[in-house]
Write a protein that binds this ligand. Structure first.
Ligand code: EPZ
Length: 431
């Protein structure tokens, strides 16, 4: 397995481009299943989760053509397999998103139950309940969700919990259903809105995306379209925190500041000077050490759970004490133990981390556990006074495009040791 080696202590300075949003590109790619005409998607990030999604769609018979700028043309006219197998679903839970589109267009689907993951049990009961409300017959057999529906019917669906992919699955299914579907307590995330905009370009009749109530009037069929994926607000926030922690000054291009207002507010509270334009953000600490901030995660537009780990590590080296409360997932503090090994002063009280800022962290061999926890270990390595070695970085490659190249562009001392070369490198370290 590859490792990342980081020698910290330098302020990040410079300018980088932010990639398209992983969590928007995934549902938009899957939306290609809803039509027999080509869907052309631009600004797709080059990430492991995207590759996995394209492998899954390809196995189903979707023809995918990718150009050098990661513009993807997906043509689902030749779909011949209505099944999402366990070997792929277990590597990426978002594969559950094929359930709604397969049911809506082909009347049947067989999707492996996604197991839990490091951050929680991650059930999909709301996806299933919503599709059953639309008339689907669904059974769970040998670890697979088996679903059938001659034609889905519009229904009023109340989501017991705000679910991003739950909302996305049901919105896609409803776009081809007979009648009107109303999703109440819908997720308001920008990625849900981006998917809705893509579906509307394909001929869907959707109102209210981005609000807590989405109305979808089903149509007979959808047609091809072109769609540009929105920028990744979590990648944006991650690099802003990296600059704030290292006392640097960075400019991020190809971003949408309006997608992460809650994060920008907290960075200002931490002492960052922020300037924004239509598609750029500049952050400067003007040599200041950040001040600790307290956050509580919740569904959009509140502070995003996907930025929680990054702010825990910001607080680790800030002035003062900050509390971080996680309300969305039940086990999303896996980064805490690893940060404690690097000298962080963190006390856990249930779903709250109390973080007392220390002057500095020291490098250590650490292990990535899930996507955003891994990113927080990279951030910790950037400020640590010695070398940090991060193992199992495949977690990072799922959600951060070219992370070592982008950080190197900002002046960080970071390099990837491919698994194949680890033997020699380890020998040198122990020599
Ligand atoms: C999406 O996951 C994102 N993934 C996650 O990003 C993100 O952390 C999460 O939304 C919350 O914003 C993608 O969009 C691919 P949920 P999702 O359904 O949709 C419970 C990352 O780092 N729930 O909104 O799977 C669930 O257990 C990833 O990029 C049910 O109980 O999350 C959780 O407590 C990690 N039953 C809460 O709702 C259901 O049927 C929110 O989950 C569905 C969800």
């Amino acid at each position: 397995m590859d490792k990342l080696i980081i020698n910290g202590g330098l302020p990040l300075k410079g300018e980088i481009r932010i990639s398209g949003a992983k969590n928007a590109a995934l549902p938009v790619l899957v939306a290609s299943l809803l039509t027999s005409e080509p869907l052309r998607i631009s600004n797709v990030p080059h990430l492991q989760d995207i590759t996995t999604t394209m492998e899954l769609l390809g196995r189903m018979g979707v023809r995918l053509v990718v150009d050098e700028r990661m513009t993807v043309e997906a043509d689902a006219s030749g779909v011949h397999m209505l099944r999402a197998p366990y070997d792929l679903v277990r590597t990426m839970r978002a594969s559950i998103l094929v359930l709604g589109p397969l049911l809506a267009r082909f009347g049947e689907a067989e999707v492996s139950m996604p197991g839990g993951c490091a951050i929680g049990s991650r059930p999909v009961n709301l996806h299933i309940k919503g599709l059953q409300a639309m008339g689907a017959e669904i059974s769970i057999e040998e670890g697979y969700i088996k679903a059938r529906a001659a034609r889905l019917k519009g229904a009023r669906i109340f989501m017991d919990m705000v679910s991003v992919t739950g909302t996305e699955n049901l919105m896609m299914a409803a776009s081809l259903a007979d009648g009107v579907t109303i999703i109440e307590n819908a997720a308001r995330e920008p990625e849900v809105m981006d998917l809705a905009n893509c579906l509307i370009a394909m001929g869907a009749r959707i109102q209210g995306a981005g609000s807590a109530e989405i109305t979808i009037e089903g149509v007979e069929r959808l047609h091809g379209a072109c769609h540009e994926v929105i920028p990744d607000r979590i990648e944006t926030g991650t690099y802003l925190v990296a600059a704030a922690m290292t006392g640097g000054e960075v400019k991020l291009r190809c971003v949408r500041p309006g997608l992460l207002e809650a994060v920008l507010d907290k960075l200002r509270d931490a002492g960052a000077r922020l300037e924004t334009g239509d598609d750029w953000i500049r952050l400067s600490m003007e040599g200041r050490r950040p001040s600790a901030v307290s956050i509580k995660t919740a569904p959009y537009p509140a502070f995003p759970t996907d930025m929680q780990a990054q702010f825990v590590v910001l607080n680790c080296v800030a002035r003062g004490t900050g509390t971080v409360v996680e309300t969305v997932f039940e086990n999303r503090f896996m980064h805490v133990h690893e940060l404690q090994r690097m000298g962080a002063d963190i006390t856990m009280e249930g779903n709250m981390a109390v973080v007392r800022g220390v002057e500095g962290l020291h490098g250590a061999p650490v292990m990535a556990t899930d996507l955003r926890a891994s990113a927080s270990l990279v951030l910790a390595g950037l400020v640590a006074h010695s070398e940090t070695i991060i193992d199992r970085i495949y977690h990072i490659d799922r959600g951060y495009e070219c992370i070592e190249e982008k950080l190197s562009q900002l002046g960080a001392r970071i390099r990837r040791i491919p698994g194949s070369q680890l033997g020699d490198w380890t020998k040198r370290q122990t020599a």
